[in-house]
Ligand binder design. Structure first.
Ligand code: R5P
Length: 288
């Protein structure tokens, strides 16, 4: 099995390669002035391809598909895609008439190639893997790594900002030996505006709590959840978010409420203290 990676995933590739004892080779990439891209691969029969698809999701998706196409043309028989963050996962269904199911659009092209597995981290909704039946997904949720960094704060309650993220809260709460619950979140699909409220009877008086989520984009969801937690009496509010984009003034918003933020390095940032190279390497080792 050959390990290939795109330049922006070099850190993960080097760490995975060291753990597995397999050489990692970089895919050649070119960005043309008109916005087009090109890649160049070395032929191999079995390939694990590490692709960091954020930022520049559209460009990186095209590079990924160009690489998969070239690898297949040159005789690849088995490809394992390691994509720690899968873009377009949030459009996992049609929210308004006339829209595509973008996650299906993006993933369904994988079926054109001999991709047997996708190794990824904290898919927005696990069921989107059904859109590419026949390809096995290994969807890592780093609850034990998040628990390791949060343990020092004596977190006694874990909250998700919506019912859809409750599974994450449950996994982290179990790892911490804490209780868990969720806030109720409503989104106006026309304006995008969000409204959040605690479930009836929730009291967080004097508790150190942790909020979990898969994505931190503008920070609006996390900060709304944080404000709700503080309003309910939480003494400290920590956050464990897998994919941190920190768009716009997210940093300022967070600093005004969150006691400490922990993210993974699926998308590297100053809060990426949870390294997912080990779980990715372990997942790869289990299928090589
Ligand atoms: C939404 O369903 C996701 O799980 C995240 O809560 C959301 O994408 C976070 O976005 P933002 O930081 O912009 O509120």
């Amino acid at each position: 099995m050959r390990l290939y990676y795109f330049k922006n995933a070099e850190d993960l590739a080097k760490a995975i390669s060291a753990r597995l004892g397999i050489d990692a080779r970089q895919i050649e990439e070119r960005d043309f002035p008109d916005g087009e891209v090109l890649v160049r691969v070395e032929p191999a029969r079995e390939v694990a391809l590490i692709a960091r698809l954020y930022p520049d999701v559209n460009k990186n998706l095209v590079k990924l598909y160009l690489a998969l196409d070239a690898l297949t043309d040159y005789g690849a028989e088995r490809i394992v895609l390691v994509a720690p963050y899968l873009p377009y996962a949030r459009q996992d269904r049609r929210f308004r008439e006339g829209e595509p199911i973008s996650s299906k659009t993006v993933l369904s092209h994988l079926k054109l190639y001999p991709v047997t597995h996708v190794v990824t981290v904290d898919l927005h909704k696990a069921y989107i893997s059904d859109y590419v039946g026949g390809i096995r997904f290994i969807n890592i949720y780093p609850s034990s790594q998040f628990a390791e960094v949060l343990r020092r704060w004596n977190v006694s309650h874990v909250l998700s900002p919506d019912a859809g993220s409750l599974g994450r809260a449950e996994a982290l709460a179990k790892a911490l030996g804490a209780s868990y619950d969720y806030f109720e979140k409503f989104r106006d699909r026309e304006t995008g505006e969000i409204y959040m409220r605690p479930r009836e009877g929730t009291s967080l008086q004097g508790k150190a709590v942790a909020i979990v989520d898969d994505i931190l984009a503008t920070g609006g969801t996390l900060v709304d959840a944080c404000k709700n937690a503080r309003m309910l009496g939480a003494s400290a509010v920590y956050a464990a978010v897998t994919h941190c984009m920190l768009l716009g003034n997210a940093r300022e918003k967070i600093k005004g409420c969150i006691s400490a933020l922990y993210c993974t390095n699926t998308i590297p940032c100053e809060y990426s203290s949870v390294d997912i190279a080990r779980p990715l390497a372990e997942a790869l080792a289990s299928i090589l």
